[in-house]
Design a protein around this ligand. Structure first.
Ligand SMILES: Cc1cc2nc3c(=O)[nH]c(=O)nc-3n(C[C@H](O)[C@H](O)[C@H](O)COP(=O)(O)OP(=O)(O)OC[C@H]3O[C@@H](n4cnc5c(N)ncnc54)[C@H](O)[C@@H]3O)c2cc1C
Length: 406
């Protein structure tokens, strides 16, 4: 057995502190045998576990820590139809047809969350506001180009938008269909639903996946499986070293409530999408980003907030959101994202000793897994138990790891 030490995910986020149901009972030692094992319970794995359990399979779903303790419940909780400022570059690179599939996937993911978990996850279609920096003409031009391409491709959006109290930005782009969730409560709700459907969700650190024998190993248990879904995203290479997913840290902070009311309606992005902020209904302002100023130190899977990035986040509040202050910082946290080589998620099916594709690796969610992870997990889980529809087949064609080899 190969021992793969796991990097501690760090202190919980504000979201995790508010979601005690994200904690899991420990896996019993000994031998287990199931139809399906899911490894990693972020948004991707939790949705896959739900799909498989609802299809009637016996499911054991494991996470090293708890539901959402990786990136998912440390995220901003923005649900976006697409990363708008990057749309011109992504459309040029992948083509219009494939970007239509990405948009369809993001919309389906958002609808799945809205239809099944809206209340528990505090979901809102609050819209997003993408703001270029006032001094960056190149960013302003790119956003204008993004707006016309998105409109051409069926994403309603309007240019020239701004918001009272925000400083240092040029007029931005408003996308009304985008939304927000409480990611900790979302994960707890998906897990609870999977549990009701019969999945056993357990805390357990997987040390090895023997894809040929179809056996998963922890320190004191073995699990024989029919199919496995490996959804450990940033930590994939620790289990399957050949899979090219690279860890990238991202950091956030939350202020104390800034008053009795939420004054900032949409979720916001600035500076080429690197910076993001939102206000909760309880008045707390949450902000993340500034990673692009610290590229070397943030290329890591050590989940600890650093003074350098946190100071920059505070400076950003003072510079661009001053009118909402004064600010008192209540929580700071970091999370680890998994970047794919081309920044779209991918899926790879690994064969067992009999040549059957029984282990499915799904990851590389990059910076937008809250918007895409649910549909990715659901679709790949579906492909394990039934024929896919034409729309679902387009998704698996897009996700297939072959695209990275061509
Ligand atoms: C600060 C921050 C802000 C972000 N903001 C947004 C946002 O607003 N919108 C958006 O769309 N995306 C955002 N993202 C990105 C998004 O969070 C991720 O893309 C998404 O959560 C990935 O989901 P996942 O389920 O694939 O992986 P994860 O949520 O990382 O889940 C992987 C799970 O695998 C578990 N695991 C790892 N190794 C093992 C092992 N050996 N055994 C058992 N379990 C294991 C981990 O504990 C973890 O829970 C943000 C990320 C960060 C860090």
């Amino acid at each position: 057995m190969r021992y793969t030490p796991y990097v501690d995910p760090g202190a919980p986020s504000l979201w995790l502190d508010e979601s005690p149901a994200s904690q899991l009972p420990a896996l019993q030692p000994g031998a287990h045998a199931v139809d399906a094992v899911v490894i990693g319970l972020g948004i991707t794995g939790a949705t896959a576990a739900l799909e498989l359990a609802e299809a009637g399979l016996s499911v054991l779903a494991l996470d090293a820590h708890g539901l959402g303790w990786g990136a998912s419940a440390r995220s901003g909780g923005f649900l976006l139809v697409e990363h708008a400022i990057e749309y011109p570059a992504r459309r040029a690179r992948f083509g219009r047809e494939r970007m239509q599939t990405v948009i369809e996937m993001a919309r389906s993911s958002h609808e799945l969350i809205e239809q099944r978990f809206a209340r528990a996850a505090e979901h809102k279609r609050c819209g997003s506001l993408i703001l270029p920096m006032a001094e960056d003409e190149s960013e302003q031009r790119t956003l204008a180009e993004a707006a016309s391409l998105l409109q051409e491709d069926g994403v309603p959006c309007s240019q020239g938008a701004g918001h009272e109290g925000l400083d240092g930005f040029a007029p931005g782009l408003s996308i009304p269909e985008d939304g927000e969730v409480h990611p900790g409560r979302l994960l707890a709700a998906v897990g609870a639903e999977a549990g009701r459907a019969g999945a056993k969700l357990r805390q357990g650190l997987v040390a090895d996946v023997d894809t040929k024998q179809r056996v998963v190993t922890t320190a004191d248990a073995t699990i024989s499986y029919g199919i496995a879904i490996v959804a450990v995203n940033a930590w994939t290479r620790r289990l399957l070293p050949h899979v090219d997913i690279r860890p990238q840290r991202a950091q956030m902070l939350a202020t104390r409530p800034l008053g009795p009311m939420r004054k900032l309606g949409p979720v916001c992005y600035g500076c080429w999408g690197y910076d993001y902020f939102r206000q909760r209904d309880d008045g707390r302002m949450l902000i993340g980003g500034r990673r692009h100023l610290h590229r070397e130190s943030e290329s890591t899977d050590a989940s600890v907030p650093t003074a350098a990035v946190q100071d920059d986040l505070e400076a950003y509040l003072a510079r661009h959101l001053r009118a909402f202050g004064p600010f008192e910082i209540e929580a700071r946290w970091s999370g680890i994202m998994g970047f794919s080589p081309d920044e779209l998620p991918f899926w790879e099916a690994l064969s067992d000793g009999a040549g059957t594709a029984s282990t499915h690796v799904l990851g590389g969610m990059t910076g937008h897994g809250m918007g895409l992870g649910a549909v990715c997990g659901q679709t790949i889980a579906r492909s394990c138990h039934r024929e896919l529809s034409a729309v679902e087949q387009r998704r698996t064609q897009l996700l297939h790891a072959d695209r990275l080899r061509s």
